[in-house]
Design a protein around this ligand. Structure first.
Ligand code: GUN
Length: 273
């Protein structure tokens, strides 16, 4: 599915180029978080595949707020750049929201700026955050209807859990958002027709937490006891119970990147006008 989305976008990027509009994405990575480095490299590769001009800004862990804001400012006014993505989490001494609030909303391809978050809440948006958007695409392309379904999201982060719940609600799901204070979690998750796990704990979702036939979507990027990449769902246990399930790696991750590319192309088209 991600390959198909990227293929479509490649054609659009080419068309824009022929009409004199290049498409550009700037990615900013501060410090050397190993997972973030991998994500950023994958974003760079996707840009190359699609013919999108990309700029990778790899800054040292010691970068100050002033320095980072100066870079964001420069990218905000750079006509070659349609999208700006500052990889999260930032090092402790930097405040995510100060940085995000300074990205121009029309270049905010993560849809993390309060203006874009507000637009999503209302249902009138330009960009959707990449991971929830990728999950909706997976659901649609699999022929699953959200309308009237019991949807349960485990996790309430600004990046995934909260916007995910909102998108499911927009499609008339009956949505429950679970978190660390939720009582009787497995009682809640067992009701779900569509279950999204975005909790960040390896193999957290077990077979007895899943309703037979449920659609199970795994957002986790965790390490198991042997240091091997795995998701928030115990895949081997849950796969026989689920009606459909996404693997880790190779499920939500590639869709997230494809949606980032889509947001960048959307921004480019807007800037062309
Ligand atoms: N860290 C984990 N996921 C994301 C994402 O989608 N965007 C950014 N900027 N940082 C992240």
């Amino acid at each position: 599915m991600s390959a198909r989305v990227k293929e479509e976008l490649k054609t659009e990027v080419e068309k824009l180029k022929q009409s004199g509009k290049t498409t550009g994405l700037a990615v900013v990575l501060v410090g050397d978080d190993p997972a973030s480095k991998v994500y950023v490299r994958n974003k760079e590769k996707a840009c190359e595949e699609l013919g999108i001009y990309s700029e990778m800004h790899r800054l040292p862990e010691t970068t100050t707020e002033e320095e980072l804001l100066a870079l964001v400012d420069r990218l905000n006014s750079d006509e070659n750049i349609d999208g700006i993505l500052v990889q999260l989490p930032l090092p402790e001494h930097l405040d995510d929201s100060v940085i995000i609030n300074n990205i121009r909303p029309d270049k905010d391809v993560d849809a993390f700026h309060p203006v874009n978050v507000g637009k999503i809440m209302i249902g009138d948006y330009d960009f959707l955050p990449c991971t929830p958007a990728g999950i909706m695409e997976l659901i649609h392309e699999s022929g699953v209807s959200v309308d009237g379904k019991e949807c349960v999201v485990i996790g309430r982060s600004n990046i995934v859990g909260k916007p995910m719940s909102m998108l499911l609600l927009h499609e008339n799901g009956t949505v429950t958002t679970c978190h660390s204070h939720t009582q009787n979690l497995s009682g809640v998750t067992s009701r779900a027709d569509i279950l999204v796990a975005a909790v960040g704990i390896a193999k957290f979702v077990k077979a007895d937490m899943v309703k037979p036939g449920a659609v199970v979507i795994d957002v986790g990027m965790d390490r198991d006891e042997n240091g091997k990449l795995c998701g928030d769902v115990d895949f081997d246990e849950v796969e026989p119970v689920a009606g459909a399930i996404t693997p880790v790696p190779g499920g939500v991750g590639p869709m997230t990147i494809a949606m980032l590319m889509r947001n960048t192309v959307t921004a480019s088209k807007k800037h062309k006008k």
